[in-house]
Design a protein around this ligand. Structure first.
Ligand code: PFF
Length: 450
């Protein structure tokens, strides 16, 4: 079995794949729009602190467990459990993670479908096909189903090619493209009138807001979602890392790339909003608050683009292309979670597993689309606001309390023989045991009352 498992062929391949999973709509849409509605730099500050102090340690827990077991989360958590009873808990955590990853993909594919449709709409406008362009941005049920389906097919296509030929190859192609596109867009948007006002909002912190419980909960959810934590994605990617690699450095690099891209996306989205304001587009509600996150992307930005004539169409195509790539490198990591499980635990062939599971998730997306008002928000909230931090908490308990500390050290030593003398080993075991669980639990309890 072990011989049939895929492995990332290079450090670059792993970092691109894991950063590709981490960098998604959460970074380019979620983070900047949340920052925009939660006091700009105040949110940025809390997010940075939480990402380094809470999300990075949990990411490391997933990577270490994954590489130790070289298998999916269910089997890995069972293996590191000291007793049969904790093994059963581990199996349940792994299974819940698989369900949550699949549910996240089911709503993610819908949003990604909108990104593709909006990009194509600008293309249609460019070609003078205005009726088609209007239909593409009308959120019609048929359009939503069609583009969700197309996005799922792309995800399925990549995952069916396996770890090296699918995940690694495509992440290594798409991530540099994403970076170039993002930086070019930032450079362009910063030249627009009004952009500097957005920059000010982004960079001047409002400390009173930074300490509000609502903001901290939003930032924690955002940090967990952004690093793809809790659902076994990073664990499964960790399981494909070679034993020669230095895990602490790789995890740090992935966190750094993820945060840098979220922060850079803030330099795009906030200035763009204020540029839109300067060109007469409404960005505040009557009560003076910023309009909601989805309106920002699907109304404000398109309106801004439309004030810019031909250049606007090109910028719009580029922007939605960027969003679609970000979504794709993340969605492949979500689909890999149930697929790896089906291959390893039930002996299914990869292609068969991918088509069956991908098909089922597409059906779940269709059900959400057919009951959009009741289901969409519910699935997003349950999976990202509650399940991800709670599962993250379980990973802390497994890595901090249940797994033998010397086994963890042996695993880390494989690619980094001096790890016991370094800062990481002085802080992390204690951190993942006490600090992370207590803070995640406290924030979670707060959120239930909030
Ligand atoms: N990290 C992705 C984003 O920021 O959009 C979302 C994500 C990917 C969540 C993979 C969960 C996951 F398993």
């Amino acid at each position: 079995m072990a011989a049939a498992r895929g492995e990332f062929s290079s450090r670059f391949g792993f970092v691109m794949a894991a950063a590709g999973s981490a960098v998604g709509l959460g970074n380019i849409w979620g983070f900047p729009t949340q920052a925009a509605s939660n006091g700009g730099a105040a949110f940025l500050l809390v997010y940075l602190v939480l990402a380094f102090t809470l999300a990075y340690p949990v990411l490391m827990a997933e990577l270490i467990i994954g590489r130790f077991a070289h298998s999916n989360a269910v089997n890995a958590l069972r293996r590191i459990s000291p007793t049969p009873a904790s093994g059963r808990v581990g199996v349940s955590v792994g299974v819940v993670g698989i369900v949550v990853a699949s549910l996240i993909l089911s709503f993610y594919a819908i949003v990604a479908g909108w990104m593709i449709a909006f990009g194509l709409s600008s293309g249609a406008n460019l070609l003078g096909m205005n009726a088609l362009a209007d239909w593409l941005t009308s959120f019609s049920l048929s359009g939503n189903l069609l583009f969700m389906g197309i996005f799922m097919l792309m995800t399925i296509g990549i995952i069916s090619a396996g770890v090296g030929g699918g995940i690694e190859r495509w992440s290594a192609r798409l991530m540099p493209l994403l970076l170039i596109t993002l930086v070019s867009l930032v450079a362009y948007v910063l030249t627009l009138e009004g952009a500097m006002d957005g920059l000010k909002v982004y960079l001047l912190p409002d400390f009173e807001r930074a300490l509000s419980p609502k903001l901290i909960i939003a930032a924690l959810g955002s940090a967990f979602f952004s690093l793809s934590l809790g659902v076994g994605t990073m664990l499964i990617y960790g399981s494909y890392i070679s034993d020669r690699e230095n895990l602490t450095a790789l995890g740090g690099l992935v966190t750094l790339v993820d945060i840098s891209i979220a922060v850079t996306a803030g330099f795009l989205v906030l200035p763009a909003m204020y540029a839109a304001l300067a060109s007469g587009v409404q960005i505040f509600t009557e009560g003076g608050a910023l309009i909601s996150e989805d309106t920002l992307i699907f109304t404000v930005l398109p309106e801004l683009f439309s004030t810019m004539g031909l250049a606007g169409l090109i910028v719009s195509i580029t922007f939605f292309f960027l969003m679609s790539i970000a979504a794709l490198t993340s969605s492949i990591s979500m689909l890999e979670v149930p697929v790896a499980f089906a291959i390893e635990e039930y002996g299914l062939a990869r292609k068969k597993a991918v088509f069956i599971i991908g098909g089922l998730i597409a059906v779940a997306s269709a059900v959400i689309l057919l009951n959009f008002d009741t289901l969409f928000g519910l699935v997003v909230t349950v999976t990202t606001r509650y399940a991800q931090p709670l599962l993250g908490l379980c990973f802390c308990i497994f890595a901090g309390w249940l797994w033998r500390r010397d086994a963890i050290l042996q695993e880390l030593k494989k690619g980094n023989p001096e790890v016991a003398q370094g800062v990481f080993w002085k802080i992390w075991p204690w951190y993942i045991r006490f600090v992370c669980p207590v803070i995640i639990a406290a924030i979670f309890v707060q959120s239930l009352w909030g």
